[in-house]
Design a protein around this ligand. Structure first.
Ligand SMILES: Nc1ncnc2c1ncn2[C@@H]1O[C@H](COP(=O)(O)OP(=O)(O)OP(=O)(O)O)[C@@H](O)[C@H]1O
Length: 666
């Protein structure tokens, strides 16, 4: 993954250019910069070449997508397309036959000639000729109806399957991406676009492709008819729709850019609506009376957004229609020309009908060919986003030949001069941090807010890689292991743990997905995390749904959720146990109980925990104090108290508050 470079960098610049913080500030959207509008003919031609090139590259991807999603529906669609493409020509020809047989029959009766008319190469009686034409027409209509049904069914099936395939790919890929990818607003936009647009765009592209083929077939067969009567008519029919196409293609690119540009705005609209419609936020929204404010803000942002969109849509269609008039005028002139030719006796009435239909159809197909091309171009731009997302590779990856983890892992952790800044930020979250934790030791990590404690844990779990320095586990750089394999050897609970909308047992079981249905293990983990009593009190015990999204589930308190999250961390019997503020929401008794249990649970495992409560911190074998991303002190409680530096000060500060005596007397 590139950090803010290239296209992502450009997207990031655009995203931040929107002067809207979300909850306050201007709701207006600056106009998309007309950066890519070509001015002269050369650059226009260059752009056409580029778009055609992009299309030709995009086409096989979509066809492959359809083929992979369903072979039979794709084949049916091809067949139906070919038949559909020939139908207008066949219908026009049959109409000519019908008119010629009828006028022939009228002449036979009026002039008392022998009852014989010519139908194509055949000599038939007038009645035979009329029946033959009617049967032919019926066959074409039936075939066309069948093919239309086949094409509708295949399109529907393909559309569902293709969008499912895309969703799956996006999900599967997103689950592989680095944590940092989700933390950048530009990449978040990319995922949003891929999720919103990508499922429908391949099908839209496919539909454009097939209608293009169908129109192409109609065009070629009709133009053959037109050329035989008048090359001038054929030329006129081909050239007249071009102005409308040029107008339309400009707007195709413009509406794509508009969608990219407004993605941050739409994301904010989603956010505002989430704030008022999701249980997690409902309490505060009510308490602070935010409802009306948020709804009003949504209304104003959406009014601006839809106003801009309305302008784009109306402009596009009005201009398209204006240019389309050129086509209509040419069409009318063609009709006049053919009518005069028929009056002068150079054409039969059937020919008149045939050529009228043919020229009309050629004009229509040319304009459909062009607009199909524009549609494909537009869809292809959206698809590019999808492929850009799928091409984004995680940086935190396994080496070509990952080293197997030692067996058993002893849990000897060494940080060697580790420095790290979060992607996209200048400030150093950890700078030159070095320390060693012996196997089986318990270490408490302390420090003020923002000192880098959680960052240290994230690096140890390889959610990020250090910018410099090394982290060793049992003497081996953790980058030599497969990160998934490494994480399987770590039991961790983070500060912002997830509350799954699932049963109590599933909430704990996901801590080791291979054992998500292992009842006894889940029971043991619940006991370790201190959630056993609370679960026993739920109406359906372990089977009780937690959260209310899908079921009438139980709603837990903050501390109760934390016990569940803690229990989840104990599902794995790993050599490394990492707990980020595990007791922040627990009552004093529950905290005391946990640390009493932890003495047993951490036996033989290297344990690191972050805590702001020094009564628990002092129980650790070692204490590590971070200050502004640097290691300030490291040692036992007694050593650090004797050193009488930062730790001793913080310890006394808290103790004095408990004991109600001045700090210097503690
Ligand atoms: N995802 C992120 N992207 C950018 N900066 C981050 C990110 N997460 C943390 N930071 C920054 O890195 C620094 C260290 O953060 P960290 O979360 O490690 O602090 P902490 O010591 O765990 O704080 P607390 O006690 O509040 O949990 C902070 O300045 C923070 O703003």
């Amino acid at each position: 993954m590139t950090r803010g470079g290239g296209r992502r960098g450009a997207l990031m610049a655009r995203a931040t250019a929107v002067p809207d913080s979300g909850l306050t500030g201007s709701v207006d959207i600056p106009d998309p910069a007309p950066e890519n509008e070509p001015k002269d003919l050369r650059s226009r031609l260059k752009r056409v070449r580029r778009s055609v090139g992009g299309l030709l590259k995009g086409l096989p991807r979509v066809v492959k997508l359809a083929w992979d999603a369903g072979r039979w529906p794709t084949l049916w669609l091809v067949f139906a397309t070919i038949v559909g493409g020939l139908t207008p020509t066949a219908t026009a020809y049959i109409s000519k036959l019908l008119i010629d047989s009828v006028t022939g029959a009228i002449r036979v009766h009026a002039e008392h000639l022998p009852d014989q008319v010519r139908l194509g190469p055949f000599e038939l009686t007038t009645v035979q000729a009329l029946i033959a034409v009617a049967v032919l027409q019926l066959l074409v209509y039936v075939l066309n109806a069948l093919m239309t049904a086949a094409s509708t069914i295949s399109q529907q099936l393909l559309s569902d399957r293709v969008s499912q395939t895309i969703r799956l790919r996006v999900m599967a890929h997103a689950s592989r991406l680095d944590l940092s990818f989700f933390e950048g607003s530009a990449s978040y936009d990319l995922i949003r676009q891929a999720q919103d647009e990508a499922p429908s765009r391949p099908v839209a592209m496919l539909t454009s492709v097939f209608s293009l083929i169908r129109t192409g077939i109609t065009f070629v067969s009709m133009i053959a008819l037109l050329l035989s009567i008048s090359p001038l008519l054929a030329l006129l029919a081909v050239l007249s729709p071009i102005p409308a196409f040029i107008a339309d293609s400009r707007y195709g690119a413009r509406s794509y850019r508009f969608a990219v540009w407004t993605s941050p705005i739409r994301r904010r609209m989603d956010y505002l609506s989430t704030l008022v419609t999701t249980d997690t936020y409902a309490k505060e929204v009510k308490l602070f009376g935010l409802g009306d404010y948020l709804v009003d803000r949504f209304r104003r942002i959406s009014a601006v957004y839809f106003g801009r969109q309305r302008k784009l849509v109306t402009d596009r269609n009005l201009r398209g229609t204006a240019w389309g008039l050129v086509t209509t005028i040419t069409g009318s002139l063609t009709y006049l020309y053919i009518a005069l030719e028929a009056v002068n006796g150079r054409l039969t009435v059937g020919d008149l009908l045939l050529y009228t239909q043919a020229s009309n159809s050629v004009q229509q197909s040319v304009s459909q060919l062009f607009s199909g091309f524009t549609g494909m171009y537009e869809n292809n731009l959206y698809l590019d986003n999808l492929y850009k997302l799928l091409a984004t590779e995680p940086e935190v990856v396994a080496p070509a030949k990952p080293r197997p983890l030692p067996s058993p892992v002893l849990g000897h952790v060494v940080f060697e001069d580790v420095t790290f800044s979060y992607p996209g930020t200048d400030s150093v979250a950890l700078g030159g941090v070095s320390f060693e934790i012996r196997p089986g030791q318990t270490t408490a990590v302390v420090g003020r807010n923002g000192a880098g404690k959680s960052t240290l844990f994230k690096l140890l779990c390889r959610l990020y890689d250090p910018d410099s320095g090394r982290i060793l586990l049992d003497g081996i750089d953790i980058r030599e292991f497969d990160p998934d394999e490494l994480r399987r050897h770590i039991s961790a609970m983070f500060q912002d743990y997830v509350t799954y909308q699932a049963s109590a047992s599933e909430n704990i079981g996901v801590g080791d997905i291979d054992h998500v249905t292992d009842g006894p293990l889940i029971e043991r983990s619940a006991e370790a995390g201190g959630a056993d009593e609370l679960i026993a009190g739920l109406s359906r015990g372990m089977a009780t749904p937690l959260g209310r999204w899908f079921n009438e589930g139980a709603n837990l308190s903050g501390g109760e959720w934390q016990k569940i999250a803690l229990s989840r961390a104990f599902m794995r019997d790993s050599p490394l146990l990492i707990l980020d503020e595990p007791t922040s929401a627990l009552d004093a008794q529950a905290e005391y109980d946990l640390f009493a249990r932890l003495r047993n649970l951490s036996h033989g495992r290297t344990t690191l925990y972050i805590s702001h409560r020094f009564s628990t911190v002092r129980q650790a074998d070692r204490i590590l104090l971070l200050e502004h991303g640097s290691l300030a002190e490291y040692g036992t409680h007694d050593e650090l108290m004797a050193a009488d530096q930062g730790y001793a000060h913080l310890f006394r500060l808290q103790a004095s508050a408990y004991l109600d005596v001045p700090e210097e007397k503690v």
